[in-house]
Ligand binder design. Structure first.
Ligand code: SF4
Ligand code: SF4
Length: 167
């Protein structure tokens, strides 16, 4: 029987830094998680940046995963569980997001944008700011405007299907 794990295992977009830039941790889970991953800001409530070091074709610390991960149920998964979307349609959406992501990565690399963030999610925040700035001072090239349009299309797709925004 096909269940949610058949959707999530080949997806991983909420663990690989595409949809989410960081995961917030509660103080009480820090003592377990600090031995399993690199945590930032451990004074009170810590967090870790995506892409998650424990993602490898699934969560390698599944039984100890943070509460935020355990509670996260994206819009795509909800639609599948509520039978509004079948398996084939859900996997097509995931494939489309990955294709658009790869296309954007190829374009910003070719255009010479040097983005500092590790995750695709925060790279899109950086890139959107840079492109919007160029557009506002009328220095954006046709390639820049096409890339901005690609970003907007991907953001619209993930907002609509997954219920999260890239920026
Ligand atoms: S983004 Fe949604 S479908 Fe993909 S792995 Fe995360 S919860 Fe599962
Ligand atoms: S801890 Fe597991 S569920 Fe959470 S982001 Fe990392 S791989 Fe994904």
């Amino acid at each position: 029987m096909i269940d949610s794990s058949n959707i999530c295992l080949p997806c991983g977009l909420c663990c690989d830094g595409t949809l989410i830039g960081y995961v917030q941790l509660d103080r009480e889970e820090l003592h377990v998680l600090k031995d399993l991953m690199e945590i930032e800001g451990t004074h009170e409530n810590g967090f870790f940046l995506q892409p998650c070091s424990n993602y490898c074709d699934g969560c390698t610390i599944y039984s100890d995963r943070p509460k935020q991960c355990d509670n996260f149920n994206c819009g795509l998964l909800k639609s599948f569980e509520q039978k509004e979307l079948n398996y084939d349609s859900a996997t097509e959406v995931i494939k489309l997001v990955k294709q658009k992501k790869a296309g954007i990565e190829k374009k910003f690399t070719a255009l010479g944008f040097e983005l500092k963030s590790k995750s695709f999610h925060f790279k899109m925040v950086e890139l959107n700011k840079l492109l919007q700035k160029k557009k506002s001072v009328a220095s954006a090239t046709q390639n820049d405007l096409e890339l901005l349009s690609d970003l907007e299309q991907l953001d619209s797709l993930v907002s609509h299907k997954f219920g999260v925004s890239l920026y």
